[in-house]
Design a protein around this ligand. Structure first.
Ligand SMILES: Nc1ncnc2c1ncn2[C@@H]1O[C@H](COP(=O)(O)OP(=O)(O)OP(=O)(O)O)[C@@H](O)[C@H]1O
Ligand SMILES: [Mg+2]
Length: 265
């Protein structure tokens, strides 16, 4: 793959938000991410696709240092956001994760009320001056996550009492409530029905106006619908990274071709 040409193309479209160089991830002896280089553009949706176990979640977690929380994980290489090394000793991972929000593969609401799940981040980061402002932030986030109508009459009930799909939308509301600059979404729609999926896809498109969004998905249709750039991972390698249209209609690597036509994975 001609790295430089692809980098230039991404930069042409929009400014680079995240740049990763020579990234390796090991879980003990398992070399899960192998020398990945990628430039992720601002104001763009980037999709990560590839067969189960190829390292999509692992690489996504590198981008906000969530792998720090996995004791056997070791990350090497250079990852910069707005030119700043996010693995620098001076970077506070908690601050970093407010700027680089994440929605996980499995919904993980806090053991708190629906309201407090969403209000927690804005509260600790001082985004609201009073209760009325906080109420507004919570409502806006729940609306954006397409959960408001179902949640508005039970805001004080526990988040864990929601259905799986509702919990996932609650986690999306929690992630957008702090207005992150980058939003990492790991299969955010896998527990959602088609209506909620369409609403979340609409939200992703809206977020792209202001943020950089990276989404892991097993659905080719979803990748094609929501993303402008697509990265195909296979066995820990970033095999191909290009404009989404090119990946799906004219991929240059036979492994990408096999995957998108359903022959591997
Ligand atoms: N917490 C962990 N501890 C040890 N090994 C892990 C851990 N998470 C992932 N791995 C290993 O790293 C490799 C990549 O896994 P990863 O979860 O990143 O794949 P993925 O592409 O997200 O797959 P899926 O599509 O099934 O979610 C696999 O071999 C997996 O077993
Ligand atoms: Mg995964």
């Amino acid at each position: 793959m001609d790295d430089l040409r692809l980098i230039e193309r991404a930069v042409d479209m929009n400014e680079t938000k995240i740049s990763a160089n020579g990234v390796q991830v090991y879980y003990g002896d398992n070399h899960a991410i192998k020398d990945v280089n990628v430039e992720i553009a601002d104001k763009t949706v980037t999709a990560f696709i590839g067969p189960s176990g190829c390292g999509k979640s692992t690489f996504l977690r590198c981008l906000n240092r969530m792998n720090d929380t996995i004791s056997v994980a070791r990350v090497e290489g250079d990852i910069r956001i707005d030119g700043e090394d996010i693995y620098d000793k001076r970077v506070d991972p908690v601050q970093l994760r407010a700027k680089v929000g994440m929605v996980f593969q499995k919904p993980n609401p806090f053991p708190k009320s629906i309201y407090d799940n969403v209000a927690y981040g804005p509260k600790i980061h001082g985004l609201a001056r009073n209760k009325a402002e906080l109420d507004e932030i919570v409502e806006r986030a729940l609306r954006r996550a397409a959960l408001w109508n179902e949640a508005k009459d039970r805001l004080q009930e526990p988040g864990t009492g929601l259905s799986g799909g509702q919990q996932q939308r609650l986690c999306i509301a929690r992630a957008v409530a702090t207005e992150p600059e980058v939003l990492l979404m790991d299969e955010p729609c896998s527990a959602l029905d088609p209506i909620a999926t369409a609403q979340v896809e609409e939200l992703i498109d809206e977020l792209r106006q202001s943020y950089s969004v990276v989404i892991v998905t097993h659905s080719m249709q979803q990748a094609a619908r929501v993303s402008q750039m697509t990265a195909f991972f296979h066995l820990g390698n970033l095999v191909e990274y290009d404009e989404t249209g090119t990946i799906f209609t004219n991929p240059s690597d036979p492994r990408t071709e096999s995957y998108i036509s359903g022959r591997i994975g």
